[in-house]
Design a binder for this molecule. Structure first.
Ligand code: ASP
Length: 331
């Protein structure tokens, strides 16, 4: 019996010591992503892009660069890919434009930057970083944000750059749906729900110096009107980082704002000593209780991760300090 117990204890110790330390985690959006609606080619393409983003961020960390640089590297890869709802491939507004939001927060000193409602900045995450590092502000919007990005020498592109046929089709489907019912009687849900794949991108990194950064970038929600701004550029809602944990969310932004999702997760760890897994799951549960859906990624200072979501799927991946990659799409 004693021998058996000793063996069991040794086994547990081995498993525990082999627990992986993650240094970067990314998401490419949550939503109605199911195996039956996915082609093999598409799945391969998503997995390849998520890996590329993880490797790009990881190489920054490996070189000893900051977690800000790692998050930027990972997000730029996803913004430049038409697969995700950020940068190229951003969803369309009701008026047929692409209107993007992004934010970043550096846990070391809680510095943060965000931009909302930009149409011509090629990589919105770079503009958010510029706001954080080169201005006294936290959030800029619209034309002012674009002027700021131009002044800081960021790449500005023609509005047409962001267009993809697939996103255009999604808007047309929603518009048809809206027209086929009486618009005035449409619920908010019906205005968005036909094609509910959120597709925002996000990354959280932990650098060799022990500092965490979280970033998020999005085109928002298809068919959005009136310069609607979601959670992605709102510090404490879609993005948050402190010395303990970093968070990036994806989903129905209005609910993430109302739940102050990212900050709530961090507060559960800070004030209630909850583990990252419990804090993350409780945050998603609270969003669900309000009637919202989506998911989030979180990474703490010890390299633990959590990736809960209440949708059918979420594009997600992580990389350990040894460079081991893990990618998942479905539940
Ligand atoms: N959270 C984003 C928003 O509401 C959408 C997304 O996650 O794709 O703008």
């Amino acid at each position: 019996m004693k021998k058996l117990l000793l063996t069991a204890a040794l086994l547990i110790a081995t498993i525990y010591s082999a627990q992986k330390k993650y240094v970067l985690v990314v998401h490419g959006g949550a939503g109605t992503i199911t195996k039956s609606t996915m082609t093999t080619e598409k799945e391969i393409a998503y997995r390849a892009k998520l890996s590329e983003a993880l490797i790009a961020g990881y190489s920054e960390i490996h070189k000893g660069n900051t977690s800000v640089q790692a998050v930027a590297a990972a997000i730029v890869i996803m913004e430049d890919s038409p697969l995700f709802n950020a940068g190229k491939g951003a969803v369309f507004t009701h008026d047929g434009t692409n209107e993007m939001d992004a934010s970043i927060m550096y846990g070391k000193d809680k510095s943060a930057g965000a931009i909302a409602g930009v149409h011509t900045v090629k990589n919105p995450i770079k503009a958010a970083i510029a706001v954080m590092q080169q201005s006294e502000h936290v959030m800029l919007s619209g034309v002012g944000a674009e002027n700021f990005a131009t002044e800081k020498g960021l790449e500005i592109v023609d509005r047409a750059y962001f267009k993809t046929e697939e996103r255009w089709e999604s808007l047309q489907k929603l518009l048809q749906n809206e027209n086929s019912k009486k618009t005035s009687q449409n619920t908010v849900a019906e205005a968005y729900e036909v094609d509910q794949k959120f597709g925002t991108v996000g990354a959280v990194a932990l650098d060799k110096h022990g500092f965490i950064t979280a970033g998020t970038s999005t085109g928002g929600m298809t068919n959005k009107k009136w310069n609607r701004i979601g959670d992605a550029p709102i510090i404490g809602a879609g993005t948050y980082a402190n010395s303990q944990v970093g968070i990036s969310g994806t989903g129905w932004g209005e609910y993430f704002i109302r739940a102050t999702a990212a900050r709530t997760l961090a507060a559960k760890m800070e004030y209630q000593n909850k583990s990252i897994k419990i804090a993350a799951q409780e945050t998603i549960d609270e969003i669900e209780k309000l009637g919202g859906d989506g998911g989030l990624i979180a990474l703490d200072k010890d390299g633990n991760i959590a990736m809960p979501f209440n949708t059918a799927g979420m594009y997600r991946g992580a990389i350990t300090e040894d460079g081991e990659i893990f990618i998942e799409i479905y539940k």
